[in-house]
Design a protein around this ligand. Sequence first.
Ligand SMILES: [Ca+2]
Length: 224
Amino acid sequence: KTTLAAWLRCLCLVDFPANVQQSNCLGGLQRLSAEAGGEIASHSGVGTTNYSSNSQCYWQLDAPPGKRVIVRFTYMDLESPNDRVTLYDGLTTSAEIAVVSANDSVDYESPRFVSSANILTVNFYSNSQFARKGFRLEYNATVSANSSACGSVTFDDASSSSGMIVSHPGYDQNSLYAASMYCNWTLPSVSRKFYQLYVGNVSLGNGDCLSVNQGTASVTGGSS
Ligand SMILES: [Ca+2]
C-alpha cells in the first residue's frame, strides 16, 4: 500500500504544468510544503529593485491530503495588467482560482485564496517591458473543516457607532464557510448618523456573493 502511494505521488509530480520553461526565476521549478508555511517572492530584491522582464515562474504548494492550501499577498507591485500572478487550483493550469495584478501595494488588500484540494499552483508572468518592485505571498495549509454558522456583528463601543461583521466564526483562524449558507445582518439605526461600510477582505467561492442593501438600493459584489 505504501509503495502504491509513493508511486502515485511520483507520477503526479511529473505532471507539473505541461511544457513549462522557467525564466528569470529564483531557483528552478519549486515544490514547497504548505504545511510548513512560508513565503514566495517574485525575485530576491522584492520591494527594492525591479523584477526581470520575461519572467515565467511556477511554484507548486503542496499540503497534506485532507488539508487545503491558503495564500495571501503581503506585497503587491506589478506592472498591471501585463505582469501578473495566476493562482491555479491543483497541479495543472486548467482551473484558475484568480489572476492578480495591481501596481500599488499600499492600497491592495489581499483576499485569502484557498485551493479546493491539497495543491495550489502559483505562476508569475512578466512581459517584455516595464517592470516594478514585485510581489510577496505567504502560504499555509489549512484544515478543510467548514463552519456553517453565520458570524455576528461586534460593536467597538456601547453606542454601536463602529464595529465589524465576519462571515462565520473561525474566520480569523482560516476556517472556511460552508456550502448553502444564507446570512443576514441588520445594523441598528443610529439617529442623525450614516453608516459607512468598508469591505475589508472578500474571499468568496464561485456563485457566492455579498450584498449590501439600504431600502431599495443594493450593491452586490462577488469574487472567485
Ligand atoms: Ca511588464
